[in-house]
Design a protein around this ligand. Structure first.
Ligand SMILES: Cc1cc2nc3c(=O)[nH]c(=O)nc-3n(C[C@H](O)[C@H](O)[C@H](O)COP(=O)(O)OP(=O)(O)OC[C@H]3O[C@@H](n4cnc5c(N)ncnc54)[C@H](O)[C@@H]3O)c2cc1C
Length: 491
């Protein structure tokens, strides 16, 4: 049992560590930290601090350690699983004043940044020299590198180049007792136990990353983008399957459904994508000129064989950017139609895409909630957007139940409950649908090795009896066999 925390005293001690502008305690200012991109769940923290240096982070975390104060790291707050929210009273440590590039080492193709640096700033800093940073979440103009590390974020280009963990060479980390350590060594491979890999994707539960060394890639010689449109979603899924099966590895392959296409066209006030298409598929190919030209031909003919109605190739870099702009603005476009939607994130094998998408549509009808689909098709990483009106009675419950049913479909199809948005607080109750109690106990032991007091981002990732009693009971009832996932038959 923890002692009650004297927040006035914690604030006083934080003020002694940080500059005046580094402590946020006024009620109206704390409102900005009451949720992340998952707006369905809000909890206002008692106190927020904005450190500027590793030393300040370390001093604040040491204070938390000494006083038994839980803390939550926060980057830009764009996470979609409630990870950066202080669900139980906790000190929020936001990195939005840690936005410096610390070192640029082009000879070794690496850059070291503070955690609050925005993802797209990394490429902006090096593109003039012919380099870029590959992981590109759709939120890349606002999300932080620290948040990307904590979530092991993906993006359009992760199909070919891999997710964040493939691009982080070294981390400086403030551990939950306030000590500072380094994980990794700036080299691609080193012989020790891979604690850098353990930290990436740990969602702030093992400490705070305060400096991150990233791998840079050479800008490809040639890039081509094509927009393929389909009158049936199944054909779009089939095109994804056949293109990859033929050995073509696009840099990105993204699908938008009819609902999203129209939302994006409305946002831009012009018909960038065919309004009557059931789905559009964007394919980007990059590499040496000859290689890209050959892959483009092959991918186009495979898409037509799969049932594509038309193919449009981008003619120049501006046209290319325009085709991608709609995809990158898809969430915002849907946000214009409904101020409230819930983004689900699940993974299925590519071959299951058409069946799972049809089942999701049926589920949406059953729950009376529209579902828009825009997703990283090449990775089988779905992002169904469940649209709802916050003033409808019992809507939060229905939205969450539909979200849970979608995850059950993903698992039944051999997939996962998250592809890139993390577990956070939102999905902790579904973790035991994928992992046995022994697996969860092992993961908990790793966490305890870093954080014996359980102060770093408490209540995230792991199911707890108080928040997930029902889910735990259900698993116990289901036993170890594959359960019947309820009303919608998948196969
Ligand atoms: C419109 C939109 C599109 C998106 N598209 C994508 C996408 O394509 N791919 C994708 O992967 N995600 C996507 N996301 C989700 C989100 O942007 C990513 O998860 C992103 O990495 C979160 O970064 P952030 O800085 O906002 O982190 P936050 O939301 O502030 O925090 C996320 C988690 O990271 C932890 N954390 C933050 N900083 C640190 C640190 N320095 N050390 C340790 N832990 C830390 C927090 O405690 C929390 O658990 C999207 C979100 C939105 C709103």
């Amino acid at each position: 049992m923890r002692h009650p925390i004297d927040w006035a005293e914690i604030e006083r001690q934080c003020r002694a560590i940080l500059p005046a502008r580094g402590v946020v305690a006024a009620r109206q200012e704390l409102l900005a930290y009451d949720c992340d991109g998952l707006t369905l769940k809000r909890h206002q923290p008692p106190l927020v601090v904005l450190p500027e240096t590793t030393e300040q982070v370390s001093a604040v975390v040491r204070l938390c350690h000494q006083q038994g104060v839980p803390f939550v790291a926060r980057g830009s707050g764009t996470g979609l699983s409630g990870g950066a929210v202080a669900e139980t009273a906790a000190l929020v440590i936001a990195t939005s004043r840690m936005r410096s590039i610390l070192d640029l080492d082009l000879a070794n193709r690496r850059i070291t940044v503070q955690p609050g640096v925005i993802n797209s700033w990394v490429t902006r800093a090096v593109c003039g020299e012919g380099y870029y940073y590959a992981p590109d979440p759709s939120s890349q103009v606002v999300c932080s590198i620290g948040g990307n590390v904590a979530e092991n974020s993906g993006g359009v280009h992760c199909l070919k180049y891999g997710v964040t963990s493939n691009h982080v060479l070294e981390l400086e980390v403030v551990l939950p007792d306030g000590s500072v350590t380094r994980l990794g060594s700036g080299l691609a491979e080193t012989p020790e136990l891979d604690l850098r890999g353990v930290f990436i994707g740990s969602e702030g539960t093992l400490g705070l990353a305060t400096a991150i060394t990233l791998r840079l890639l050479r800008t490809p010689q040639s890039v081509a983008v094509m927009l393929v449109d389909f009158t049936a979603m199944e054909s779009a899924g089939e095109a994804v399957r056949t293109v990859t099966a033929a050995g073509v590895l696009p840099a990105g392959m993204e699908i938008m459904d009819n609902f999203t296409i129209n939302a994006v066209n409305d946002l831009f006030g012009r018909d960038e994508y065919p309004r009557d298409a059931a789905a559009v598929l964007l394919i980007e190919l990059d590499g040496q000129e000859g290689e890209v030209a050959a892959a483009l031909e092959l991918a186009e003919s495979l898409c037509l064989q799969a049932g594509a109605r038309s193919v449009r190739r981008a003619t120049d870099p501006e046209d290319r950017a325009l085709l991608w702009k709609g995809r990158k603005s898809a969430f915002a476009a849907v946000g214009r139609i409904t101020p409230t939607y819930y983004v689900q994130d699940g993974v299925v094998p590519r071959s299951a895409l058409p069946r799972v998408l049809a089942a999701i549509e049926a589920l949406g009808r059953q729950y009376g909630l529209p579902v828009a689909n825009v997703f990283h098709a090449g990775d089988g990483n779905l992002h169904p957007l469940i649209l709802y009106r916050a003033d409808e009675p019992d809507v939060a419950h229905r939205v969450q139940e539909l979200g849970a049913d979608i995850l059950r479909l993903c698992i039944a199809a051999g997939g996962s409950i998250t592809g890139e948005h993390g577990v956070g607080s939102d999905k902790r109750c579904y973790l035991d649908l994928m992992f046995a109690p022994d697996d969860l106990a092992t993961m908990t032991l790793v966490r305890q090795a870093f954080d014996p007091q359980g102060l770093a981002n408490p209540g995230k990732i792991f199911p707890t009896p108080s928040s997930c009693g029902e889910s735990t009971r259900r698993r116990a009832e289901l036993g170890s066999g594959r359960p019947d996932w309820g009303p919608v038959e998948l196969f």
